[in-house]
Design a protein around this ligand. Structure first.
Ligand code: NDP
Length: 246
């Protein structure tokens, strides 16, 4: 049987990098999608190769519907049918609501929420035709509990799970599962950019007493992406060290 094919948006970032590697470890052919400069993406690909990871790479600006369409078409034409889609790209632009600019609102909603539709819209039809698919959307604890200074991010991340549940209903009959993962605070550049004293306060609230490692998130992605995992759909799996329990 041909290797399963996975696309991971933000596949070279902190969590995405770990997801790409863990899927690759499972014998899956992984396309790491990027928006950074092409030279930087090639350098990342080369670096991975030296460590035994052979990734394909593909450019898309996930805030641009046509760019996502072009990427999916190129992958399906040049590499093959997409079995697994991990919608992981995301950003933060934090400010209290009373000071937030429209630009910071728009860019977070577009990058973290609209992107999920933009990419999935083009990948899901092929999955339906083939009667198989795994779609995994990366949300956040802050979409579940809200976070001071993040009305944009919390709204986008909460919206993701609405998308997951609605799409799960639409595609269940095609043996496609759609799930959300909501990580708590993970030790990546996104969290390391938070001032140290604020980070210490966050860690003090986590029962596990530490940040998550990207690999801990990647492990659950791989679990949901597994062929045998055929009956979990519309779920929202929290990975937060006990930080927030629904
Ligand atoms: P990083 O900043 O390390 O990675 C973000 C990724 O998103 C990058 O690979 C980047 O690609 C990609 N990206 C950003 N903008 C665009 C765009 N316009 N088009 C395409 N890709 C884009 O963040 P993390 O790895 O920490 O976060 C990954 C996901 O996990 C995000 O959705 C985040 O919200 C979520 N998350 C993170 C948590 C954390 O604590 N770190 C906690 C909970 C959720 P490139 O570099 O190529 O431009």
């Amino acid at each position: 049987m041909a290797k399963r094919i996975a696309v991971v948006t933000g596949g070279m970032g902190g969590i995405g990098h770990a997801i790409s590697r863990e899927l690759h470890d499972q014998g899956i052919r992984v396309i790491a999608a990027y928006s950074r400069k092409h030279e930087a993406a090639l350098a990342w690909q080369e670096e991975q190769k030296k460590e035994g990871y052979n990734f394909d790479i593909a450019y898309a600006d996930v805030t641009d519907f046509q760019s996502c369409a072009d990427m999916i078409k190129k992958i399906e034409t040049e590499i093959g049918p997409i079995d697994i889609l991990v919608n992981n790209a995301g950003i933060t632009r934090d400010h209290a609501c009373c000071k937030m600019s429209k630009e910071d609102w728009d860019i977070v909603i577009n990058t973290d929420l609209s992107s999920i539709f933009y990419v999935t819209r083009h990948a899901v039809n092929g999955m339906k035709e083939r009667n198989y698919g795994r779609i995994i959307n990366i949300s956040s604890i802050n979409g579940q509990k809200g976070q001071y200074g993040q009305v944009n991010y919390s709204a986008a991340k909460a919206g993701i799970h609405g998308f997951t549940k609605a799409l799960a209903l639409e595609v269940a009959k095609h043996h496609i599962t759609v799930n959300t993962i909501s990580p708590g605070y993970v030790a990546t550049d996104m969290v390391m950019a938070v001032p140290e004293e604020i980070r210490a306060k966050i860690i003090a609230q986590i029962p596990m007493g530490r940040l998550a490692e990207p690999e801990e998130v990647a492990h659950v992605v791989t679990f949901l992406a597994d062929e045998k995992n055929s009956y979990i759909t519309g779920a929202n799996i929290a990975i937060n060290g006990g930080h927030y329990m629904l």
